[in-house]
Design a binder for this molecule. Structure first.
Ligand code: UDX
Length: 464
């Protein structure tokens, strides 16, 4: 919305939320999320044509176009638990729009939703419409965190789906005109509603599938002596495959991939497509396998036990340049190590202690609910400490796990770190960002995903 405000000075944008602290943060000097370049964009338009308000009903009533970006968590109970999207928040948003509207409106699905959600929303709106005309559009967002501003300023494509009726097409044109302020026309794709809804799930499934494919290969590389980076490079040189999204890692995280695939699986099952559901589910299963495999490497290398040993966790965010921890692989890795009674010392340049402890105390899928529905007083983890410096985290540690690829981890003084650690000193690089040879020269026992194994790690191998 901030980008629309920046690129369309003639359009007034009001971002509304029922959470007072969140809106207050958007109106303050400390924005509530960390995203490179976002501060500048918000500050350039705030109070000019970009406003943040809790007066939801007033601004929705006045708007011509309403973008709905409420959360769509994975259901934790009832029909479709663990897979289907919970549309509670979407439904109440639609009912509120219907209640307060006094003029015709275009309602845009911005949240990622199951295919055919628009149909349900349309029913809610039209059954309560008091003679008002509502047009539903699907306009999924493809930005990635950490590069959001760049992705929004120069998108590969903007996708707008609408009804194939004159009213639907008019609404599509109206939204297209907004994006046409800065996006070249040939990059604005228009489709029917269901194609737009499904394309978002499909795009995320394809991206996640690439990561699971290379991660599956990484296990085979470790067994055969191949190097996953060399394999990825050679494979990616095929122009039909391309080089992006082939970095082997401890596993993908983030608010989208797992949730969207589970949702896709559920839709397939609901349509009787068992084999298709099974196929996509494997992408998530390989991701879980990769996280478990990493933990097993750590434990088996350290004489099959980490009980009472200090392990430094460097990085907690799901990727670099963000403070976002939703579905971060760090949570599963920490749980795995805590299960083996390790003592964890965690450092991330952007994630607070409160957030880390809340994440470690939370049940699966709870993160996508409002704060007051998440655990309020996280269990005091006696085994976990959160520190604000990588040197502090690694002091007296037996091992180090790199979980997020923050640039600063490449520049640390590893000799100094080694000197202050217990020996043998281990490093487990879950992101393949460190110089393995240099570390081995210092004296570290090193494990990197999908790379030829250190003789030490090889000798202590367990079945994984
Ligand atoms: C993703 C999609 O990229 C974006 O188009 C969609 O709108 C939202 O979901 P995001 O979750 O912000 O974006 O991050 P992304 O860069 O896709 O990374 C997702 C996860 O995959 C991260 O944990 C990342 O570290 C991991 N990853 C990515 C890999 O492990 N290897 C790779 O090669 C690329």
């Amino acid at each position: 919305m901030a980008m629309i405000a920046l690129k369309c000075p003639n359009i007034q944008v009001v971002v509304v939320d029922i959470s007072k602290p969140r809106i207050a943060a958007w109106n303050s000097d400390e924005l509530p999320i960390y995203e490179p370049g976002l501060d500048e964009v918000v500050k350039a338009c705030r109070e000019k044509n970009l406003f943040f308000s809790t007066d939801v009903e007033k601004h929705v009533a006045e708007a011509d176009i309403v973008f709905v970006s409420v959360n769509t968590p994975t259901k934790t109970r009832g029909l479709g638990a663990g897979k289907a999207a919970d549309l509670t928040y979407w439904e109440s948003a639609a009912r509120m729009i219907a209640d307060v509207s006094k003029s015709d409106k275009i309602v845009v699905e911005k949240s990622t939703v199951p295919v055919k959600t628009a149909e349900a929303i349309e029913k809610i709106l039209t059954h309560n419409n008091k003679g008002i005309n509502f047009q539903i559009l699907s306009n999924p967002e493809f930005l990635a965190e950490g590069t959001a501003i760049e992705d929004l300023a120069k998108p590969d494509r903007v996708l707008i789906g609408g009804r194939e009726t004159p009213g639907g097409q008019k609404a599509v044109e109206a939204l297209k005109a907004v994006y046409a302020h800065w996006v070249p026309e040939d990059r604005i794709l228009t489709t029917n509603l269901w194609s737009a809804e499904l394309s978002k799930l499909a795009a995320n499934a394809f991206l996640a599938q690439r990561i699971s494919s290379i991660n599956a290969m990484s296990a085979l590389c470790e067994s055969t002596g191949a190097d996953v980076s060399e394999v990825a490079y050679a494979v990616g040189k095929d122009s039909r495959i391309g080089p992006k999204f082939l970095n082997a890692s401890v596993g993908f995280g983030g608010s989208c991939f797992q949730k969207d695939i589970l949702n896709l699986v559920y839709i397939c099952e609901c349509n009787g497509l068992t084999e298709v559901a099974h196929y996509w589910k494997q992408v998530v299963q390989i991701n879980d396998y990769q996280k478990t495999r990493f933990v097993k490497r750590v434990v088996s290398s350290m004489f099959n036990t980490v009980s009472g040993k200090k392990i430094a966790i460097l990085g907690f965010a799901f990727k670099k340049d963000t403070g976002d921890t939703r579905e971060t692989p760090a949570i599963d890795v920490c749980h795995g190590l805590l299960g083996d009674k390790a003592l964890l010392s965690i450092y991330d340049p952007q994630v607070t202690e409160d957030q880390i402890k809340r994440d470690l105390a939370m049940n699966k899928f709870d993160w996508d609910h409002p704060l007051h529905l998440q655990p309020q007083s996280p269990t005091a983890f006696k085994q976990v400490s959160v520190v604000w410096d990588a040197y502090e985290a690694t002091k007296d540690a037996h091992g180090i796990c790199i979980i997020t690829e923050w640039d600063e981890f490449k520049k640390l003084d590893y000799q100094r770190i080694y000197d202050n650690m217990q020996k043998p000193a281990f490093i487990f690089d879950g992101r393949n960002v460190l110089n393995v040879e240099a570390l081995r020269k210092i004296g570290f026992v090193v494990y990197s995903i999908g790379k030829p194994l250190d003789p030490w790690v090889k000798d202590l191998q367990v079945s994984i």
